[in-house]
Design a protein around this ligand. Structure first.
Ligand code: ACO
Length: 322
């Protein structure tokens, strides 16, 4: 038996900022941002990660025809929880009344949804759960320095979700990896140390903002993503040409075009919405998947590849039958 996506949902906040809006206070331009990243605008929440996750989850449950009571596992990929505790997954549980569910958040940044879906596959196929709600939800707008043109133009807020059950068709193969030794190419510091054993002079004042070696991350992505996709396809016994769509983490249009070229995938098979969303980290893959599902662009049984990559560093690919 395999884990299979039964339905999807997503949520983008109403508020948004265009490149021209950013150019009002940053030394940047719509042309620079679009040419380097493919991004035109990004949505920004006024509420937070939990509320977006709940809205995406409600839509996914309705799409799957599954009730809240049937969910026994909630996994949320996020690097921007509203609270350190309770977890986003526990808060979603409380909002939606999923009393029988075990809840946990997965911290793998832009690979978060991919890692959460892989965890659901492990729980479901081992019999530890029957029906999972897998969510990616991010409020990246609170961890970017809005005066740093090198990072703030890239990111946006949003959430996507999938209801995952057990079926004969579904996940065929998974490849995942992490490289902590390169983690400082894309850090976002937490709360600085502050305790009675420290001298006042030692107290940190660093803000929790995403910092990034953009070129290092670019090189990492275009090298690692084709490798993980090839490994997962090989493990599934599936050729590149047999796959209908490749749902990549929406980090940067140029990265996705380079990866597609390397894998010899026509761009029609590489859905993108980064122009309207920016990089929404763990939310990007389920958001995109839901858009394609809702417009009827996915056919049950066809083969898909999902691939995420980002901070950690971390990466992964899942080959599945839709
Ligand atoms: N507007 C105008 N100029 C800018 C901007 C901006 N928004 N940002 C940077 N610049 C300037 C720089 O200051 C630099 O100026 P200088 O030459 O006078 O010093 C110049 O543009 C070139 O800067 P680079 O950093 O070399 O620009 P690059 O071509 O590498 O593009 C970018 C930067 C878009 C960030 C690119 O490196 C990239 O896409 N990297 C991957 C980033 C990414 O995808 N991160 C997320 C993945 S992981 C995750 O999802 C969390």
């Amino acid at each position: 038996m395999r884990a299979r996506i039964l339905g999807t949902g997503s949520y983008l906040p109403e508020g948004y900022l265009t490149n021209d809006d950013l150019a009002q206070w940053l030394d940047t331009s719509d042309t620079w941002i679009r040419e380097r990243t493919g991004i035109r605008e990004r949505h920004i929440t006024k509420t937070g990660t939990v509320e977006m996750a709940v809205k995406a989850a409600e839509a996914a449950l309705a799409n799957a025809g599954v009730t809240s009571e049937e969910i026994d596992l909630i996994l949320v990929g996020t690097m921007t929880p509203d609270y350190f505790c309770p977890s986003v997954s526990c808060q979603v549980q409380a909002e939606l009344g999923m009393e029988h569910a075990v809840c946990m958040d997965i911290g793998a940044a832009c690979s978060g949804f991919l890692f959460a879906l892989a965890t659901a596959q492990a729980y479901l196929t081992s019999g530890m759960a029957r029906t999972a709600l897998v969510i990616g939800s991010e409020t990246l707008s609170k961890v970017v320095d809005w005066s740093d043109r090198g990072t703030c133009v890239l990111f946006g807020d949003g959430a996507g979700a999938a209801v995952v059950g057990i079926d004969e068709k579904g996940v065929l193969a998974i490849d995942m990896g992490s490289k902590g030794s390169k983690g400082m190419a894309l850090p976002c510091p937490g709360i600085p140390l502050q305790n009675p054993l420290q001298d006042a002079s030692e107290e940190g004042s660093q803000k929790s903002y995403i910092q990034m070696d953009g070129q290092e991350i670019f090189k990492f992505a275009i090298r690692t993503v084709p490798e993980t996709v090839r490994r997962s396809l090989q493990a599934a016994g599936v050729c590149v040409g047999d796959v209908s769509h490749f749902f990549f983490h929406q980090a940067n249009r140029r990265i996705l075009e380079t990866v597609a070229k390397n894998l010899r995938i026509p761009l029609e098979k590489v859905p993108m919405n980064i122009e309207r969303t920016g990089n929404t980290a763990a939310a990007s893959i389920p958001l995109l998947l839901d858009e394609w599902n809702r417009k009827g662009s996915l056919v049950r049984g066809e083969k898909l590849v999902l691939s995420g990559f980002g901070a950690g560093l971390s990466w992964g690919s899942i080959v599945m039958e839709w």
